[in-house]
Design a protein around this ligand. Sequence first.
Ligand code: UDP
Ligand code: MG
Length: 307
Amino acid sequence: MELCTIIIPCYNEQEMIPIFYEEMTSVINIMQNLDFQFLFIDDGSQDKTLIKIKELKKKDIRVHYISFSRNFGKEAALLAGLERAIGDYIVTIDADLQDPPSLLPQMYQEIKEGYDCVAAYRKNRKGEPLLRSVFSKLFYKIINKISKTNIVDNARDYRFMTRKMVDAVISVHEYNRFSKGIFSWVGFQTKWISFENIKRVEGKTKWSFWKLFLYSIEGIVAFSTVPLALVSFLGILFCFLSLLGMIFIFIRAVIWGDSVAGWPSMICVITMLGGIQLLCLGIIGYYLSKTYSEVKHRPLYVEKESG
Ligand code: UDP
Ligand code: MG
């Protein structure tokens, strides 16, 4: 029988582990035509997450885990899981039951029909802070305008994938990982299915607004160089404008003679240009810093133990 590995990144999910396990087993018990295996990734949790996973492992031989030496972030946890999973099929799913396990049979059905990947997205963001939804909409609009890789709005990291697709994903050795982009970049046929937004069952979200903001910048820098082109364009535009200004001042001086008036406006122009230059330097610097962390070739995670 074919094997399916379920990868669950967990960071401080002590309440969710047993609930998730119960819910998941009730679904996979119905799916008789696949063998399943759990692969929990403990992303350096400070609570009893690892203990809970080990308790499950004692009860169920299908449970496996990797534990990190500290918190490396969900992207690293996902990668570790994908690298270790031995299944013919691989599922990635959150521990908080915001991704309903009940979709699995439908996802498997679609895979059987020939898709390489079935991915889920939320129809809406009910129950989420308004500001967060507005910014996230804006982010998807911007990134899809300026990047060749299509990134689906409201996509979750809930996927059912074939071995072939997963091999392609782990062959992308990026340090700054934005997996929503990587999954799309590798290509293959993806079927999108939608579901209603579900609130977290227990525990709380690990994503603050600031963390999400930084993550979205990461996505843009990883999948687009348009900001750099924009910066160059700004440079050319301002050169052109200043040239026009120079010609104007020269002609004015020749015809009406020079005047010393106008220094406040001059200060305004200087500070604005200074500001734009700093902003451009900042953008270039950001790309440079990402290149720097890329060339260091550090491992994305450090494993403390596994089983
Ligand atoms: N997670 C992780 N490492 C982190 C943050 C989160 O492994 O540094 C896991 C977390 O345990 C959960 C999943 O990633 O299983 C999604 O996290 P969360 O529910 O906080 O995100 P949200 O649903 O709010 O986007
Ligand atoms: Mg969640």
